[in-house]
Ligand binder design. Structure first.
Ligand code: NOJ
Length: 553
């Protein structure tokens, strides 16, 4: 075991995700901003996180919450300016908190100067070559070049209009029409992104989170998506030439130094069902880590979670990369809601309005899930508000802003329910999100939001916030958790099999985590001393249903 100071920080970091629109509003316009974040850095320090990841804060029309970037070198005025971004990176750093920024290589905003120049330029021009412009099919060119389906449902091509008003070429967008896809075979696209990485690393960013990282490379022949495909054969997913891009990015990151203090890290948003293909992105000369969505989407079920944990550890071991553990993010139904439903798994396509939810049960399980993920080897992501146990909010239909809702024809509630501005104080018109005389929050806060406020939970030993603070503190001090070693512990009820309802494992020597996902209480290992539990033990010292405990053995 290495001394903590010699370990690369990102291998076991706790990384807090800030969605800047909804964290804290400093200027009172109803939208969160950098001034708000700077004023609330105490919260992050008290929580004990090692790094913050900011979803995009760049100049953007916010057609997709900022994942439509118009200028990577400018902060959107609604959030502040570049000097404030530099200040918040520096101030966090003095508190021992590193900064990870978001980069979106698959697409830019349709307001990006490159796309505007491409629209103004003729077919076949260098300006259009940075994107995927194609003639339509059929005699009038009014058929889409491919029948590919968008990640947000619906079509992936939009037709342009020529300067003389006649219909023009089509352009590709795997997401909304406001997010044209870039052509990664174009040298400008590659050079520009490497320059963007340097721009933010030069300003103190310790890493980048890479958006939709398995999508940017396309088959230039633009064939239809086949019914089944072999490794690397899909026309726009997980293509082999992506690895060259990330090797180039790794070289940029490594040029800042590879020692524990100066290392710059690449964190990929890689949604892939095949763990072996996933792990290829984590080879030593590519990304440092990638989000473990397999675990995140699994139901609250011991067999499923055990299988995902084993699969995750097995896939990461050969490439030497640490796993990551994620319960949610700004795209995913909040854990206390998800775990309180009949179907506790996550699937974008399954989201519906009015799904019955038992929040008490969901909260109990989310507390146990926090201790489970916190005890696994690797890095841990905490999405803002999960440390408060915020539920997914029901957003009134006329207040919904997420394009996923609109592109589903109004069937999918979209992702705004996990993006509601945070409650800091029990009282006040926005529960301390903004100044009391400020504009209302950009998304409405539901009834009862004040009960979940930071201020309310901070002094409460039974709160979700207290659990998260204790967990993160114990991750630093428990020797077993500073060690990569992991072994399943075969307690009664924890043997692999269909009827298993307990997850139990050791870390290093002398540390165990036990999670009871069943309905009956279970015994803890003989001689175990509980140092942290997600709910009180039973009167006879057993682990109750939907409870996790960290123990010294
Ligand atoms: C993944 C991001 O997390 C999501 O919010 C965004 O809509 C898509 N990528 C497109 O950039």
């Amino acid at each position: 075991m290495k001394h903590p100071d010699e370990r690369a920080w990102w291998r076991d970091a706790v990384i807090y995700q800030i969605y800047p629109r909804s964290f804290a509003d400093g200027d009172g316009d109803g939208t969160g901003d950098l001034a708000g974040i700077r004023a609330r850095l105490d919260h992050l320090e008290r929580l004990g996180v090692d790094a913050v990841w900011y979803t995009p804060w760049y100049a953007s029309p916010l057609a997709d919450g900022g994942y439509d970037v118009a200028d990577y070198r400018a902060i959107d005025p609604v959030f502040g300016d570049l000097a404030e971004a530099e200040a918040v990176i520096a101030e966090a750093s003095t508190r021992g908190i590193r900064t990870i920024v978001d980069v979106v290589p698959n697409h830019v905003s349709d307001q990006h100067p490159w796309f505007q120049a491409a629209l103004a330029a003729p077919p076949g021009s260098p300006e259009r070559d940075r994107f995927w412009f194609r003639d339509g099919t059929g005699p009038d060119g009014d058929g889409m070049p491919t029948g590919w389906t968008s990640s947000f449902q619906g079509e992936t091509w939009t037709r342009t209009t020529n300067p003389d008003g006649t219909p023009g070429q089509w352009y590709l967008h795997l997401f909304t029409p406001q997010q044209p896809d870039l052509n990664w075979n174009n040298a400008d696209v590659r050079a520009e992104h490497e320059a963007v990485l340097r721009f933010w690393f030069d300003r103190g960013a310790a890493g980048v989170r890479i958006d939709s990282a398995a999508l940017p490379a396309k088959d230039p022949a633009l064939p239809e998506v086949p019914e089944t495909w072999g490794a690397g054969e899909h026309p726009h997913l997980d293509r082999d030439d992506l690895h060259d891009i990330y090797r180039d990015w790794r070289a940029v990151a490594d040029s800042y130094g590879t020692g524990p203090a100066d290392e710059r890290v690449l964190v990929g948003e890689v949604w892939l069902p095949d763990p072996e293909r996933f792990a290829l992105y984590l080879r030593p000369d590519e990304m440092h880590t990638a989000f473990n969505f397999d675990f995140m989407t699994r139901p609250w079920d011991a067999k499923e979670l055990r299988e995902s944990i084993t699969r995750t550890l097995d896939a990461h071991a050969p490439v030497g990369a640490p796993p990551t553990w994620v319960l949610s993010n700004h795209d995913i139904t909040r854990p206390v809601t998800r775990y309180g439903r009949e179907d506790t798994s996550f699937d974008f396509a399954a989201k519906r309005f009015g799904t019955p939810t038992d929040l008490e049960l969901g909260t109990r399980r989310a507390r146990a899930a926090a201790l489970l993920t916190g005890a696994l080897p690797g890095s841990l992501y905490v999405y803002q508000g999960d440390e408060l146990g915020l539920p997914e909010a029901d957003i009134p239909r006329d207040a919904i802003q997420d394009p996923m809702h609109f592109r589903s024809g109004g069937v999918d509630p979209g992702r705004d329910g996990c993006r509601v501005p945070l409650p800091w104080t029990a009282d006040g018109p926005s529960h301390g999100f903004g100044p009391d005389d400020g504009a209302p929050p950009w998304l409405p806060q539901p009834d009862g939001w004040g009960d979940l406020a930071v201020e309310r939970q901070a002094g409460d030993p039974g709160s979700m916030l207290t659990l998260y603070r204790r967990m993160i503190a114990a991750r630093r001090t428990e020797p077993g958790l500073r060690d990569d070693a992991f072994a399943w512990l075969d307690l009664p009820g924890a043997l692999p099999g269909d009827d298993a309802d307990v997850l139990a494992f050791t870390r290093g020597t002398g540390f165990a985590c036990v999670v009871n996902l069943g309905t009956e209480s279970v015994a803890l290992p003989d001689g175990a001393t509980v140092i942290l539990a997600s709910a009180p033990l039973t009167d006879d010292g057993r682990l109750a249903s939907d409870t996790a405990a960290w123990c010294r053995l």
